[in-house]
Design a protein around this ligand. Structure first.
Ligand code: ADP
Length: 485
């Protein structure tokens, strides 16, 4: 598959600066490996501050013209990019499975999901309206314009190699901004292939630049540049805080999508089948490696045994393997560190009294494969309840009352996604309002879509991506006062 993708031009190894494919100035490269096999896919340019500054300069130059192009024109380019992404969703999906490990069906699903942001913002580009404000005196006229903020630095993680990029880049371009993308070093290939398609779509040189390599050097250059007016980041809370602090020096606008600690609450009155299906979907998507994956499954005492049995049976029968394998629903974890984290969280929980219902150890396939796992008797003070496990481990916590469930659910600094399963309509409203989270799924485990706002509260982040609200992060509001009319 790698050879085929390579011969059809889908595997690129250089960065993209000012519309040109470029090596690192010192010729350095880094390896990109397939997490399912350990095989080397390719070596990509390992860039740093110098290339980042070149990319910023290109983006800045491109901004001058792109910001003045009509919205209709920008819309057409984005629509073309969407069409090309969709036309190549098989190849992009294969590339994603190759570098990231997720099952092919899930990868192709991500291509459609990622592309949907490009389509949506192609449409939204045409709707950046201003205002006319009734003036406070008869000889004045007050206007509000919305203008693109400028060059955007977009730093993205490995768990959604395409969607995390399009969710930032599409609204940025729609508004008239230009971008310097830094994809995760573990998964740069999907980003590079998508960037090539953006050129084919007619998005002008310099509007999209891609640099990868030394993360902190690239991050520092983006942060230091006064020309970069906005940083948008998806990744760990620690790096997000560092970027936010750094952005203070040049007062950049910052959007952050950071870690979650999603509660998934199953009430006694839940429809068991709906709860099972929804919880499986939210917990085991991408082998548990998403910031909206259920991290704590709170189950009310009346349904606990029944749910735990049915859930662990379902989890125990999930097929693990290479993402290209037939019927595989769980791929490998991204790397050894991810497996160590899962193991240490499990060890901590078991040492404090949790019981393994299914799974619990590395998979016999070796590499970074891990058995889909369910543990029971989890308590709020265990590591696995405090932090994101980011792997295929589902911890079950028992609760008695609705108040207790809300208290446990909100007892965290994170506030990204929460889920609940109940057939009681009053309860669904009460609990939705009480949950301190940016997204709430009621009787639904997969809720992200390009048409709805995605983002966290508390330490899970700032700003929203997707939907009409996702445009605001890339726009400045300008007030014009005309006097002495
Ligand atoms: P994860 O645990 O998901 O890998 P990270 O926050 O480490 O989360 O990575 C998310 C993105 O942030 C990646 O593209 C990574 O290379 C980048 N990154 C990591 N450290 C820094 C840094 N100091 N400055 C800028 N970007 C960084």
């Amino acid at each position: 598959i790698a050879a085929r993708l390579n011969s059809s031009g889908f595997i690129r190894s250089q960065g993209l600066i000012g519309g040109k494919w470029i090596d690192a100035h010192d010729g350095k490269t880094i390896e990109v490996r397939n997490p399912a096999t350990g095989d080397l896919i390719t070596n990509v340019a390992c860039m740093g501050g110098k290339e980042t500054n070149d990319a910023i300069a290109s983006a800045h130059e491109a901004f001058i013209s792109w910001s003045k192009v009509t919205a209709a024109e920008r819309s057409k380019c984005l629509r073309k990019w969407y069409d090309l992404l969709m036309a190549h969703k098989e190849e992009l999906g294969q590339l994603m499975t190759l570098e990231q490990g997720k099952p092919l069906k899930e990868a192709i699903g991500e291509v459609s999901y990622g592309a949907s942001f490009v389509e949506f913002y192609a449409e939204e580009a045409k709707r950046v309206y201003g205002d006319i404000i009734p003036a406070t005196s008869p000889d004045r006229r007050l206007f509000v314009l919305k203008q693109p903020i400028g060059v955007v630095g977009a730093i993205t993680p490995w768990n959604f190699p395409l969607a995390m990029i399009t969710r930032k880049v599409a609204p940025a371009l729609a508004c008239g901004c230009t971008v310097v993308i830094k994809p995760a070093e573990l998964t740069p290939l999907t980003a590079l292939a998508a960037a090539e398609l953006s050129i084919q779509a007619g998005i002008p040189p310099g509007a999209i630049n891609v640099v990868m390599g030394n993360a902190s050097d690239i991050g520092d250059a983006l942060i230091a540049s006064p020309q970069v007016r906005k940083i948008t980041f998806t990744g760990s809370t620690g790096v997000g805080k560092k970027l936010m602090a750094g952005a203070a020096a040049t007062v950049k606008k910052v959007s952050l999508e950071l870690g979650g600690n999603a509660p998934c609450i199953i009430f006694d009155d839940a429809d068991l089948d709906v709860a099972l299906k929804g919880t499986l979907a939210t917990k085991f998507r991408n082998s548990g490696q998403t910031c909206v994956c259920a991290n704590r499954i709170l189950v009310q005492e009346g349904i606990y045994e029944k749910f735990a049995n049915a859930f662990s049976n379902a989890v125990g029968s999930m097929k693990v393997g290479n993402g290209f394998g037939e019927g595989v629903v769980q791929g490998p974890l991204i790397n050894d560190n991810a497996v160590h984290k899962v193991e240490s969280f499990l060890q901590d929980a078991i040492s404090k009294g949790a019981k393994v219902l299914t799974g619990g150890k590395r998979h016999s396939l070796g590499m970074t494969f891990f058995e889909p796992t369910v543990i029971s008797g989890v308590k709020s003070d265990m590591l696995i309840s405090r932090e994101e496990v980011f792997g295929p481990v589902a911890p079950l916590l028992k609760f008695k009352t609705e108040e207790e469930a809300i208290r446990i659910a909100n007892d965290t600094n994170a506030g990204l996604a929460a889920y609940m399963f109940t057939t009681n309509i009053q309860r669904s409203w009460r609990v939705s309002e009480a949950l301190e989270y940016g997204l709430v799924g009621v009787n639904e485990g997969l809720i992200s879509t390009e048409v709805a706002p995605f983002g966290g509260i508390k330490q899970s982040g700032l700003g929203r991506e997707g939907s009409k609200y996702g445009m605001d992060d890339y726009l400045e509001i300008k007030y014009i006062c005309m006097g002495n009319m």
